[in-house]
Design a protein around this ligand. Structure first.
Ligand SMILES: [Zn+2]
Length: 86
C-alpha cells in the first residue's frame, strides 16, 4: 500500500491507516500522529478515506479473515509438531 500522508490542522501529520475492526475490516482512514492518550495534547482528527462497506462485503471479508486465521493457527501447530518430531 503506498504511503499517503496529510498535514493535520494541529500541524502534525495524518497517515493513511488500515482498519481491522470487525465493523470496518480493510477500510482505510486518516488518523493524526498525535491521536491517543499517550500524548500530552492529543489530537482527535480522524477521517474515513474509503466509503463504508456494504453489509455483504463486510460479511465476506470477515469470513475470509476467519479462514485465514484458522489456516495460520493450523500451520503454527503443524510447525510445532514437526519441531518436536525432529
Ligand atoms: Zn492532528
Amino acid at each position: 500500500m503506498p504511503e499517503v500522508i496529510l498535514e493535520c490542522s494541529c500541524g502534525d501529520l495524518a497517515k493513511l491507516i488500515m482498519s481491522w475492526s470487525n465493523d470496518n475490516p480493510g477500510r482505510r482512514f486518516f488518523g493524526c500522529n498525535k491521536f491517543g492518550s499517550r500524548f500530552r495534547k492529543p489530537c482527535r482528527f480522524f477521517s474515513w478515506f474509503d466509503p463504508s462497506l456494504t453489509p455483504r462485503s463486510r460479511m465476506v471479508l470477515l469470513g475470509l479473515l476467519k479462514k485465514l486465521r484458522t489456516l495460520e493457527d493450523t500451520r503454527k501447530r503443524e510447525r510445532r509438531t514437526w519441531f518436536w518430531c525432529l
